[in-house]
Design a protein around this ligand. Structure first.
Ligand code: F6R
Length: 592
């Protein structure tokens, strides 16, 4: 995890770096730091806590250096502390390094350096990079970095500056993301594009095994052997305005309300371009959907659509479980990787693994130019725009739209299905309107310690997603379960203190779900029923009823997830928690 940024140009680097770090904070926020070249000397400032703590500690300090690097951390090696915060320096404090990822052989390198008398000040893997570069330095930072990268194992990206060459940053990408921003008389490095979008829209995405040598006047890219690499400069279409809160209290709430647009833009983007993979789904013996977290839940829904509309047997696997499980995969398989960030390391490794085995890979990705986007044979982009809240919301429904599009592509009535899909954004809009009463439910149930979420068929993944949303931002224990499985164990949990959210749209399993609601009532559980507006049966059986607009069975997940997102949001917000940056989490998970 962690976010890194670098600037070299004609302006004071510090404000630009701090602004970028704030936009990168979603990647980790247990400590932060900057290193600047001030009058030919390296200065380093670090602070435990969020970026605002670092900003406060810098008030009144007149730094004017025009080259610098910054870091926001999500601890992997070494607890969150000032010593372990980045940037890390060599013993003479002439080189500073910020790093994202893991240097797997750092202990071996550390022992080697300690044997030469180097004293380590932190418990991080990063510090070895600074000492190694200092040891290899013979007047050219790029040469020193190229000498060192061959010694490092793992997935990482880092940026380094040195007091010896005040207008230069060298950045390395190997497994973790790193992009270069091209400006006029200034250039940037960052872990992702939104970090530098206010400054430039001209971006070069580095590939694994590449090194960027950056000065205010130019950017040169090399491979790890020092051979020049020619890269394409892309113009980013996003508008930074869409990354502001626009009057909402939190990004998460804004993003929940952006879902009609996210889904609409995604469907329109795909339909108008007529995007199609360069192969037929029907050529495969099966499709394997691979994803993590919320994207995995989207995959569970995608499986039902794939099997119903294409007839291709489809499995859904957690990316983190895939690579190490001797999963039989080969040329007859289509891998569908789903990832908002396109950088989740588990998903990326799963894609690489499947590709090595000869499978074809199709990804559903929100961040254009991300690793999974580039490494897949074909990508459907969700046009949800940047998602800043750590909890995924609009990207989930946008992923659903892309998956439905994929499943309907080769269906005889594909066009009709897609014209129905086009009506979904208006239905989500209605779901948002109808969910206004959810805030009152949050008041009533925010003190509960456990929640159960139940659903069947397409509503089971929604139960999982509702439970995930609640636990990750409110820290309340919540479990999602197939409603019909409850009687095989979890029903024992139900008593008068247990809120049970039951997702019960009028679908093929409606009667069965009603029976499951009865089972909860009989055990005195508090039923929060989510059903089509006007569904008296669900309403009568529920302690609380949340109406959602009536839609075709296939589209129920798009509307039933909305009140669940809002319930989690309002509970967390009322508990006074940091909704957009929940504890222990990061938006992009680049560790295994
Ligand atoms: C939950 C959430 C995470 C992500 C997961 C995968 O709200 O956001 O569970 O869904 O970390 O991330 P991506 O989709 O970027 O691969």
């Amino acid at each position: 995890m962690c976010g890194i940024i670098g600037y070299t140009g004609r302006e004071a680097a510090l404000p630009l770096i701090l602004g970028g770090l704030e936009r990168l904070e979603y990647r980790g926020y247990d400590s932060a730091g900057v290193a600047l070249i001030e009058d030919g000397k390296l200065v380093v400032e670090k602070k435990v806590g969020k970026i605002r703590e670092l900003v406060k500690s810098l008030w009144g300090k007149p730094y004017k250096g025009k080259t610098g690097i910054g870091h926001t951390r999500w601890a992997t090696h070494g607890e969150p502390s000032t010593e372990n915060a980045h940037p890390h320096t060599d013993s003479k404090e002439e080189f500073a390094v910020v790093h994202n990822g893991i240097v797997e052989n750092y202990l071996e390198l550390k022992r080697e350096l300690e044997g030469e008398g180097v004293h380590f000040r932190s418990g991080t893997d990063t510090e070895v990079i600074a000492h190694l570069i200092a040891r290899s330095y013979r007047g050219d930072l790029l040469d020193a970095v190229l000498e060192v990268v061959g010694r490092l194992r793992g997935a990482f990206a880092f940026a380094v500056i040195t007091a010896h060459e005040p207008n230069r940053i060298v950045g390395v990408k190997q497994g973790s993301p790193l992009v270069v921003g091209i400006g006029e008389g200034e250039n940037f490095l960052a872990s992702d594009i939104p970090a530098i979008l206010p400054y430039t829209r001209k971006i070069v995405t580095l590939s694994d095994g590449e090194v960027a040598d950056i000065t205010p006047d130019g950017v040169n890219i090399y491979d790890f052997h020092g051979n020049p690499v020619t890269k394409e400069v892309m113009e980013v279409p996003w508008d930074i305005i869409s990354a502001e809160k626009s009057g909402f209290k939190h990004f998460m709430l804004k993003e929940i309300y952006e879902q009609p647009k996210a889904v609409g833009d995604t469907v329109r983007g795909l339909v108008s371009s007529g995007e199609r993979p360069p192969f037929s789904l029907k050529e495969f013996r099966r499709a394997l959907i691979i994803a993590c977290g919320t994207s995995y839940h989207a995959g569970l829904i995608g499986k039902f659509w794939m099997e119903k509309l294409t007839g291709v047997p489809t499995e859904v696997v957690y990316a983190s479980e895939f690579r190490y499980a001797d999963y039989p995969v080969g040329e007859e398989d289509l891998i569908v990787a789903i990832s908002q960030s396109g950088e989740t390391i588990d998903t990326k490794f799963a894609v690489n693994y499947a590709k090595d085995k000869g499978a074809r890979t199709l990804s559903v990705v929100n961040v254009v130019g991300s690793s999974i986007d580039r490494e897949s044979d074909f990508t459907f982009h969700t046009h949800a725009g940047p998602e800043i809240g750590v909890a995924a919301t609009k990207t989930f429904t946008a992923q659903l739209a892309a998956l439905y599009y994929l499943a309907s592509l080769e269906h005889d009535e594909g066009e009709k299905l897609l014209s129905e899909l086009m009506k979904v954004p208006a239905k989500i809009e209605e779901a948002l309107e109808k969910s206004e009463g959810v805030e009152k439910l949050a008041d009533k149930y925010m003190k509960k310690k456990d929640f159960l979420y139940l659903g069947r068929y397409l509503s089971f993944p929604i139960a999982l997603e509702g439970a995930l949303k609640l636990k990750e931002i409110s820290y309340i224990h919540a479990e999602g379960y197939p409603a019909g499985e409850m009687k095989h164990g979890p029903i024992a949990l139900i008593d008068e203190n247990m809120p049970v959210v039951v997702i019960a749209p009028q679908d093929r399993v409606h009667d069965k779900t009603l029976a499951n609601i009865e089972e909860v009532r009989t055990r005195k559980g508090i039923v929060i029923g989510v059903g089509f507006e006007g569904d008296d049966k669900v309403e009568k059986l529920s302690t609380e009823f949340v109406g959602i607009p009536s839609v075709e069975e296939d589209f129920t997940p798009f509307v039933s997830v909305v009140p669940l997102q809002l319930l989690a949001y309002h509970i967390a917000s009322k508990l006074g928690l940091d909704v957009d940056q929940p504890r222990n989490l990061a938006k992009t998970v680049t560790v295994e």
